[in-house]
Design a protein around this ligand. Structure first.
Ligand SMILES: *Cc1c(COP(=O)(O)O)cnc(C)c1O
Length: 392
């Protein structure tokens, strides 16, 4: 690969050149495979909802959604109306899309593209009803708008508690413009076996709330759903009418009992070596002289830095990259646009222009997350937009 940037070329060309050096490769076949892994664990009648919030956990909501719709996913969910707009445009009117955190100022746009809001508080429900009367196109005025009622069973973030539900029922009965399609809750510790009692409490509490809401709609079944990825794996018998799959679809494990070992990583970040130098023991590398070589070393420079999402905590040997079959640790601090790695133990044939894996099949996201003191979700969602997404 030609890694030399011609200074006479335009800024755009330079960005393009950079983007061909460090890319995030998204394997949509692995995504489809992961979807099937989950499907095979569920009853055939259980629906699936795919979380494509935060641009599909950073992997590209549009491409991911297209593929999952082909695979037969029933629902999509985004966090904000802005995130739903390109999906609605690309996927057409039929795929139901839930908005988990509808911004009240986006209601008009939300109605226009038929996104289905989560309803999580009485105040929000009131504003929704008010805005429906104001903004709903004339032709849809008399049709009740689909909503999804969120129950707070123990996360204590958003949602109705049991004692708040009668107010909601009252509001819904007096304003027949909202039609609850589903009732759901979100588990806080589904991945933690030591907290299973709490999860069972959440599920039981949710059941009570769902029964109460359902009793107001005797002639129509409201879909019930509670399980995220780890819930689906660990509390499969509570799948109810639908499960909500996020991180597992992207091939990242949340439980380590072997049940998720067949998931395949969807995202991998690759870069190239743009420079190699040999230094004697005692030489220091990078800002702050934090990388002190303890032996004669070959050090390679990789064009990925903290501005690309390669967190500064990965520096000074905390993380490794895969180079020609060898795990090579970082040396010194991560820079904004680059990082140095020690390739002394890699084959001597490794040369400028060779590919390195930043994360993927050989450098699990889970390992990087540990190096940074966070969870894989954050590693996956923090690959910056400067890193071009390439779909295979
Ligand atoms: C993000 C999210 C999920 C998915 O969680 P994962 O752990 O990624 O499977 C499910 N439900 C809700 C409400 C969410 O916000």
């Amino acid at each position: 690969m030609d890694t030399i940037i011609d200074p006479t070329k335009s800024q755009t060309t330079m960005v393009t050149a950079r983007q061909t050096q460090t890319i995030e490769q998204i394997n949509l076949d692995n995504l489809a495979h992961n979807f099937k892994v989950f499907k095979s664990r569920l009853e055939p009648s259980t629906r699936t909802l795919a979380l494509v919030k935060a641009d599909g956990y950073g992997t590209g909501a549009l491409e991911v959604s297209r593929r999952l719709v082909q695979c037969g996913v029933d629902y999509l969910a985004v966090a904000a109306v802005d995130e739903g707009l390109p999906l609605r445009n690309a996927l057409g009117p039929r795929v139901p899309i839930i908005v988990l955190n509808p911004n009240m100022s986006d209601h008009e746009a939300m109605f226009n593209i038929n996104l289905e809001p989560e309803v999580y508080s009485i105040e929000q429900a009131r504003i929704l009803i008010h805005d429906l009367q104001r903004y709903r196109p004339e032709s849809f005025r008399d049709m009740p708008y689909p909503i999804h009622v969120k129950i707070d069973s123990g996360m204590h973030r958003l949602g109705f508690t049991l004692d708040q539900l009668p107010d909601l029922l009252d509001l819904l009965a007096h304003n027949q413009v909202l039609r609850p399609v589903s009732v759901f809750t979100h588990l806080s510790v589904a991945d933690d076996a030591s907290e299973d009692e709490y999860t069972r409490m959440q599920l039981a509490y949710f059941g009570q709330c769902a029964d109460l809401l359902q009793s107001a709609y005797p002639d129509r079944h409201l879909l019930r759903h509670a399980l995220n990825t780890s819930g689906t794996m660990r509390f499969t018998s509570s799948q109810m009418d639908m499960v909500r799959l996020g991180i597992g679809l992207y091939g990242i494990r949340t439980v380590f009992d072997g049940s998720e070992d067949s998931l395949l990583p969807v995202a991998s970040v690759r870069s190239v070596i743009i420079s190699i130098k040999e230094w004697d023991a005692g030489t220091t590398i990078g800002y702050g002289r934090r990388g002190k070589l303890t032996r004669h070393s070959r050090v390679a420079t990789i064009p990925i830095g903290y501005a690309d999402g390669y967190d500064r905590h990965y520096g000074c040997g905390a993380a490794q990259m895969w180079v020609a079959g060898t795990l090579c640790p970082t040396v010194g601090n991560v820079c904004m646009d680059a990082v140095m790695i020690d390739i002394t133990d890699a084959p001597a044939t490794v040369a400028v222009g060779d590919e390195v894996e930043v994360f993927g099949a050989h450098v699990p996201i889970e390992t990087l997350a540990q190096a940074r003191g966070t969870i894989p979700y954050e590693v996956l969602t923090s690959v910056s937009p400067r890193v071009a997404r390439v779909y295979v």
